[in-house]
Design a protein around this ligand. Structure first.
Ligand code: ADP
Ligand code: GLC
Length: 512
């Protein structure tokens, strides 16, 4: 089936977070199932530079007042995924982060930028941008592509539309006047369209108008129907719940594999776990921390924003450092959190090391070199870092929410005995709960090393590949193209007594 995946970022061309990983790796998994998946992205400078050979398939004049937009065709590097770059230099020829100016504020014309991108995607969907190819379904992702289902809903015939929510908190909200300025069809200004409390909501375009909605884990699919997680859209999501599925993300298990990862200091697998220690020593040395196997090396990799609970981590650092614990942090985001983390590293240089910035290689080396990864997220639609951590034998310490709940089997006597435990989870959204869980991890690491290794090994044996997720998307696409209402299944079939899902075991026997 011909499918167009529309997104504002995709690895390896442009990445700020998990969305790029998903949009970079899902197409290859779908291609293995026989689909012709192509990806549409804005032509940012990094995308134009990284994409290699490109040729122009059309020039579109999307609005009389806009300059013509070039539609370029190529291939996503490192894959056979077809690529369309929407080249509108006035909007996208800006280096750095795709959404933010160098001072960290949103680009003031983001509404115009992503409305233009959406119009170009809709043209591709209708076959007017590439006369040789017409998709049967558009799979749109997050608010930047929310206008695509809204624009297509007014066309007939049209391709089917699926809208994936990767993070409901980012909605693309703009003043009502922007709706006029963008010259969007008047009929879309309604409570069933793009209006959200007298503002223009891009994400609502997708949620209200797509044939079906997906989100990136079964738990998050349930949570967003509640006021506490719904960011004002829970009512609409409840209304559309027959058309809402939760499909757990997969990861690129070839790139994130400690047995073949070219970015880490020494490769390893469950049979050569002693080599993981070499990665810990390298990480300590590279961060000027004492090189020693004894301390529990905790890490954090990710955006430094409220969602991720980094403020809770900051509240407990003074207590953590009283114990044989080291902490390595890699991230960027809110200035305030960056500064507080750097100040903590300055206070405790022998225990805390902080790198502010974005560094793909270091993210791999932290996954390989640390003992445990912290994800104290307030909410987490799916989360990928906890999956990478497990594959690298690094035990996740996480809040039990969203996709973290669906991908980590919490340690307790039952799961330990069953050798299914892979991490340590906590419920309360509080620094104390995080601290208590870190200290629990330290006890396990120091005093019950055999049990610790059971968690490590069970984590490394998880199957976090796209195999299941791609099959679910494939079935969803097929139903939507047939005009059926797919089964909005959000509940994993088997669950453990502690509420965690059936662990996704790789073929093969556990080691013990
Ligand atoms: P989110 O999409 O909410 O940021 P995820 O856990 O889904 O969270 O995905 C984050 C992805 O971005 C992971 O691949 C992680 O390794 C990567 N990442 C985040 N921040 C950084 C950083 N500063 N340097 C390198 N990689 C990062
Ligand atoms: C979002 C979410 C994250 C998810 C990612 C990919 O950025 O915050 O939880 O893993 O999208 O779907």
């Amino acid at each position: 089936m011909e499918i167009l995946l529309c997104a504002s970022e995709a690895y390896p061309l442009i990445k700020t977070g998990g969305l790029a990983e998903v949009c970079g790796s899902l197409p290859a998994a779908l291609a293995r199932l026989g689909h012709d998946v192509r990806l549409a992205l804005p032509a940012y400078p990094a995308a134009l530079e990284g994409a290699g050979a490109l040729h122009e398939v059309s020039r579109l004049r999307l609005r009389a007042s806009d300059p013509p937009v070039r539609v370029l065709r190529g291939t996503l590097p490192g894959s056979r995924t077809g690529l369309y770059l929407i080249d509108a230099p006035a909007y996208f020829n800006r280096p750095g982060n795709p959404y933010l100016q160098p001072d960290g504020r949103d680009w003031p014309d983001n509404a115009a930028r992503f409305a233009l991108f959406a119009r170009a995607c809709a043209a591709l969907g209708l076959g007017t941008a590439d006369s040789n190819w017409r998709p049967r379904l558009l799979h749109c992702n997050d608010w930047q592509t929310g206008l695509v289902p809204a624009l297509l809903s007014r066309q007939s015939p049209r391709p089917a539309t699926l809208f994936s929510i990767h993070n409901l908190a980012y909605q693309g909200l703009f003043p009502a006047a922007t709706f006029q300025a963008l010259e969007l069809p008047d009929a879309l200004w309604s409570i069933d369209g793009l209006e959200f409390h007298n503002q223009l909501s891009f994400i609502k375009g997708g949620i209200a108008n797509a044939d079906h909605i997906a989100t990136v884990s079964p738990s998050y699919a349930r949570e967003i129907r509640d006021e506490a997680f719904g960011y004002g859209l829970d009512g609409l999501l409840r209304h559309r719940s027959a058309h809402l599925s939760g499909i757990l993300n997969g990861v690129d298990v070839e790139r994130w594999n400690p047995a073949s990862d070219p970015l880490i200091a020494r490769r390893y697998d469950v049979h050569r776990l002693q080599h993981k220690l070499f990665n810990k020593f390298t990480l300590q040395r590279d961060h000027a921390l004492p090189v020693n196997s004894q301390p529990l090396l905790l890490s954090y990799v990710g955006r430094l924003v409220d969602q991720k609970g980094v403020d809770m981590l900051l509240e407990i650092v003074d207590q953590l450092v009283r114990h044989p614990i080291q902490l390595v942090v890699l991230g960027n985001g809110e200035r305030r959190l960056e500064e507080q983390l750097l100040a903590a590293a300055h206070r405790y240089p022998r225990q805390i090391a902080v790198t502010i910035g974005y560094d793909e290689r270091l993210a791999h080396r932290i996954a390989a070199g640390s003992d445990a990864l912290l994800m104290p997220s307030r909410y987490e639609p799916c989360g990928l870092s906890q999956m990478y951590a497990q594959l690298y034998g690094t035990v996740p310490i996480a809040r039990r929410t969203g996709g973290l709940r669906d991908t980590i089997v919490d340690y307790n006597q039952t799961t330990l005995a069953a050798r299914t435990a892979t991490g340590l989870c906590f419920d309360d959204d509080s620094p104390q709960a995080l601290l208590a869980t870190c200290l629990g991890a330290l006890r396990l690491y120091r005093d019950h090393r055999v049990d610790w290794w059971k968690l490590v090994i069970a984590g490394m044996q998880q199957d976090f590949s796209w195999t299941r997720g791609a099959a679910r998307y494939s079935a969803l696409y097929a139903a939507l193209v047939r005009g059926e209402t797919p089964h909005a299944d959000t509940v994993p079939t088997q669950r453990h007594a502690d509420g965690a899902p059936e662990p996704l075991r790789r073929a093969g026997q556990p080691l013990h």
